[in-house]
Design a protein around this ligand. Sequence first.
Ligand code: ASP
Ligand code: MG
Length: 458
Amino acid sequence: MIVMKFGGSSVADAARLRHIGGIVQAYSDKKPAVVLSAMGDTTDHLLEAADAALQNGKTEIERVEKLHLAAVKNLKLRGELHCKMPIHEEIKKLLDELSRLLSGIALIRELTPRTKDYLVSFGERLSVRIAAAYFRSIGINARGFDAWELGFVSNSDFGHAELIEKSWKMIPEKIMPLIKTGVLPVITGFIAQDERGNITTLGRGGSDLSATMIAAACKADEVQVWKDVDGILTADPRIVKNARPVQNVSYEEASELAYFGAQVLHPRAMLPCMKTGTPVLVKNSYTLEAPGTRIGSESFTTTKNCAYVCAITARPGVTLVDIVSTRMLGQFGFLAEIFSAFARKSISVDMVATSEVSVSLTLDTAYDLGELKKELSKIASVEIKKGKAIISIIGDVRRSSEILARTFKICQLIGVPVQMISQGASKVNISFIVDDIEAEEVIKSLHIEFFGKLERLS
Ligand code: ASP
Ligand code: MG
């Protein structure tokens, strides 16, 4: 048995659904279970609709309605059923429920985290119904399911719920009998239910986690995550034209890559498969023959041409805070005071570098730092610098001196000052800060340095 996961852009419209229908068909002898995201940007559209209901009392679902009804029409699904109900009526029923929910929000002008999860769940619930109906129309014995019908039970942490222990037992109990009787389950990613039956979500991008959870719990042979690129690449292909796929990465390397801005998987998604050793394959839905990237126990260092650097990533939109103690040298408790100020304001810190009397750290630009600055100014002089980017090199730390030497030689050659460096306890990454506007040039130059000027991919 295998699990196949398709994200929002792979199911964005009728044409994309036809395309993935072909892929699912091609793998039908491997007994797949399919996990889907909401179609296109539906999750964002639902959140925007909620905002409009909340702010202006509008109940506007036109974009969501159009997209789904057009897909039903375009795929000629009128004759197909979902649980004995004609699919277009089933879709209209869900859209009605959605519209009533928005009216409720507009009326009371309140959106609790619980209601928000209920609201965004419509995206995935709509997409699996349409996809399953389409798969049946091309001869696949598919059935659409909401995740809670197949054992997804979470805690009640709305917005970022975690699956609870009994899901490990319930998911295979529900899914394996279907697989054994030749049914192809098409399952909502991203959503679950808590023990009281409230709908929950696993956090943005959570469909990856739904897929890896099914694969791990059902002891699948592998989980395939289908994208529009040839797997995990050595750099963002929008910046580096000849970025190329890495054949193998370890679970740990993949989590690191995800965290530092590579468009791979949700960072938490690796966890279930790490537990069971289930391989995760990242594949390109447009080049079926390409091997893609295999996330498993093997490190990237086994990949040809990636001997000691795996990938170079950039995380833009970062703020750098320089804090210099105004007290005497050797003052103890300085770091504790600084970090407790951040904790009190619930501001999460990414990178840190310290010397005896100063600390530099980075944060997301989204935070409002006015209050924090006031508080810290009692013990230190504080400088806030916006418009920075974190460049991370995921590499083999046994070769870190060489990686650092070559990296800083390149930065010097192109005249880009490096503003802060950290090589944390994590065994695989070296990070430094540059100005946001210089990040692309740094990535391009480092890619040439570490991966050479390759033949251009046509
Ligand atoms: N549809 C959800 C989102 O956009 C979950 C996912 O795509 O994985 O975040
Ligand atoms: Mg999505």
